[in-house]
Unconditional design. Structure first.
Length: 385
């Protein structure tokens, strides 16, 4: 574990306090350490708040620091107000989830609540302790056309609807979810219906059924420990550890789920399980002695150090670049054939327009769709390379 003093010296007092709060929350540090640290090293409280916002852990910071001595009154009020607002948001999400599941049940479309409030309840036993925004569901790929029809008939707006209508097969092959939104009194609310775990550019065909318990079907409940491979794919493979919130999810899972039975698809995910363990040990001093698969430790150490450094110096909200995700995936793949498969999929992804990068009219005519390919490649290179 990296000592708090070293974090303070290298990354600042505010990040050291944030990480100390996380350790107290995970019970790898005593709560009394918070008051002593604040008294000895008064932070810039607005920076502490902004960092907790960037890493999407404001409820966790509120839960741990609210009773500490020497706490700035404005900071305390900011956290309290956010926690109250987020609790109300979580309650509304629970109501929306119930209505959505009921709507789909009326049309015999099985869906399963996923991440968001579901993960909060399954992993933290608390509706509001995990910061989240939109609503996620798992759905079967073959049900997507009917699902889109039901959503449209009930007033929901579909992102990329033009692409879906004109190129349904292309859409289903190149996307991993359907995103829709509804205008509510609280503002625009997003729903994501996932039929795959990763995008095609990663060339990693992993399905929900591969990671959950045998005989699981969409609509069946699954436990908190079943989330270990799911968050490994979501936080590690797909997003490449973008925030401390992701690492805390993994840390809580590793504390609760200590048997090998929860590690699935070892051949594909073994490197990411090892990265999970390295990062959690460095940041929170949580050991995992149940790892079923050990990879090249030098590679894991190198990647783990880079990820840890990136997280500790992170000051602005944002996703990890696609090029970083692809580079890590390339390094963690076993065998030349798997590496070549990834390269081929990445090149195809760079050359293929989607609804986020091409105007809707270009999907109406195949020749416009093809003509857009060089522009798509140039946009990708400027953005990520």
């Amino acid at each position: 574990m990296i000592p708090i003093q070293d974090i303070q010296q290298k990354y600042g007092t505010e990040m050291a306090l944030i990480l100390l709060c996380c350790r107290v929350f995970l019970k790898t540090e005593k709560s009394t350490a918070l008051g002593s640290f604040i008294e000895q090293h008064p932070p810039d409280w607005q920076t502490v708040y902004e960092l907790s916002k960037t890493h999407r852990i404001r409820p966790i910071i509120y839960e741990t620091v609210i009773a500490a001595d020497h706490l700035n009154a404005r900071f305390k009020q900011q956290l309290k107000q956010f926690f109250l607002n987020h609790s109300l948001h979580a309650f509304h999400c629970q109501q929306k989830a119930t209505r959505m599941i009921s709507l789909m049940k009326q049309h015999n479309i099985p869906v399963q609540l996923y991440k968001g409030i579901h993960l909060s309840q399954q992993l933290y036993n608390h509706l509001s302790i995990r910061e989240f925004g939109d609503m996620d569901f798992i759905v079967r790929k073959e049900d997507i056309p009917r699902l889109v029809t039901v959503l449209k008939e009930n007033g929901y707006k579909i992102e990329g609807e033009e692409l879906f209508i004109s190129f349904k097969e292309d859409y289903l092959a190149r996307q991993k979810d359907v995103v829709c939104y509804a205008d509510t009194p609280e503002g625009t609310f997003l729903y994501e219906f996932h039929y795959k775990l990763t995008g095609p550019y990663l060339s990693m065909d992993i399905f929900f059924e591969d990671l959950l318990t045998p005989n699981w079907q969409i609509g069946d409940e699954f436990s908190g420990c079943d989330y270990l491979p799911l968050v490994t794919v979501n936080h590690g493979v797909a997003d490449f550890y973008p925030s401390l919130r992701c690492i805390i999810d993994i840390a809580v899972l590793m504390q609760k789920c200590t048997t090998n039975q929860h590690y699935r698809l070892i051949q594909k995910l073994g490197g990411y399980y090892a990265l999970n363990a390295y990062i959690v040990k460095q940041l929170f001093n949580i050991d995992s002695n149940q790892l079923p698969f050990q990879r090249n430790q030098k590679l894991i150490t190198s990647l783990g150090e880079k990820i840890t450094h990136r997280l500790l110096k992170k000051k602005e909200t944002g996703r990890v670049s696609t090029s970083s995700i692809l580079k890590a995936s390339f390094l963690l793949r076993d065998g030349l054939s798997e590496k070549l498969k990834l390269i081929k999929a990445a090149i195809k992804y760079m050359l293929t327009p989607n609804y986020q990068t091409a105007p809707a009219k270009q999907f109406k005519y195949r020749w416009l769709y093809t003509l857009f390919t060089p522009q798509r490649l140039w946009q990708y290179i400027k953005r990520h390379v």
